[in-house]
Design a protein around this ligand. Sequence first.
Ligand SMILES: Cc1cc2nc3c(=O)[nH]c(=O)nc-3n(C[C@H](O)[C@H](O)[C@H](O)COP(=O)(O)OP(=O)(O)OC[C@H]3O[C@@H](n4cnc5c(N)ncnc54)[C@H](O)[C@@H]3O)c2cc1C
Length: 237
Amino acid sequence: MNELSTVTETATAKAAPALPDAQEVTEVQHYTDTLFRFRTTRPRSLRFRSGEFVMIGLLDERGKPLLRAYSIASPNWDETLEFYSIKVPDGALTSRLQHIRPGEQIILRPKPVGTLVLDALLPGRRLWMLATGTGIAPFASLIRDPETYERYEEVVLMHTCRTVAELAYGRDLVAALRDDPLIGEFADRLRYYPTTTREESPRMGRITDNMTSGKVFDDLSDPAEYVVEKAFVGEGI
Ligand SMILES: Cc1cc2nc3c(=O)[nH]c(=O)nc-3n(C[C@H](O)[C@H](O)[C@H](O)COP(=O)(O)OP(=O)(O)OC[C@H]3O[C@@H](n4cnc5c(N)ncnc54)[C@H](O)[C@@H]3O)c2cc1C
């Protein structure tokens, strides 16, 4: 399952009732029966640090806001906001949120918070990002922020899901990075390490197992390649 709908397709969608802190959904893409992403308009006043989360939601049956924490998956420079969401079958919010369509509205409280941000990190050469499932969302923001590459020479993104289809959001994101006019130049410095735990795939295993066994370090330490200038060979230099 991989369906994408954008606001242009449903621009004629019925007018939604005005919500408090309403933002309009502009794009929805379903990956599996448990995962989808969507984009919304961004409040003009909203400033956030890549990696932070906000409270978003819908009105419940009694007309009260039903809100949940969501990482902003888009980077802080983006004009729209992206969210990557689970669909919990009986989840109070996501059993309904999974049916949102472009042109409809969600509630977004414009008070971003969170500690998965660059300012919270010590300096270093390599930044490791470890995520399972929708936990990739804050990293989806950070790998699209140029500041991440200004601070770190290399960024490793490990993402583990049960099945190959559940990796699609991260895989597509990393693939698109290369063509991004703002981030493309850094694409070679992002090392992407996706694994599955249930379905057979080229790389398997839990993040913790792949780290404690040393497998991920072996896999990522490609043998260095050297170019030797032959003109100097044998000249006694
Ligand atoms: C700081 C923070 C950031 C978050 N960011 C995201 C995000 O970017 N995307 C997202 O989908 N969720 C995120 N969540 C979880 C989110 O707040 C909701 O729990 C989720 O949307 C389900 O809401 P619900 O009302 O349908 O079900 P809830 O009643 O909230 O949850 C029901 C049960 O579903 C399971 N569950 C909830 N969320 C998840 C999940 N993401 N993955 C797997 N199982 C889950 C748990 O077992 C939970 O007890 C975040 C939570 C926190 C605290």
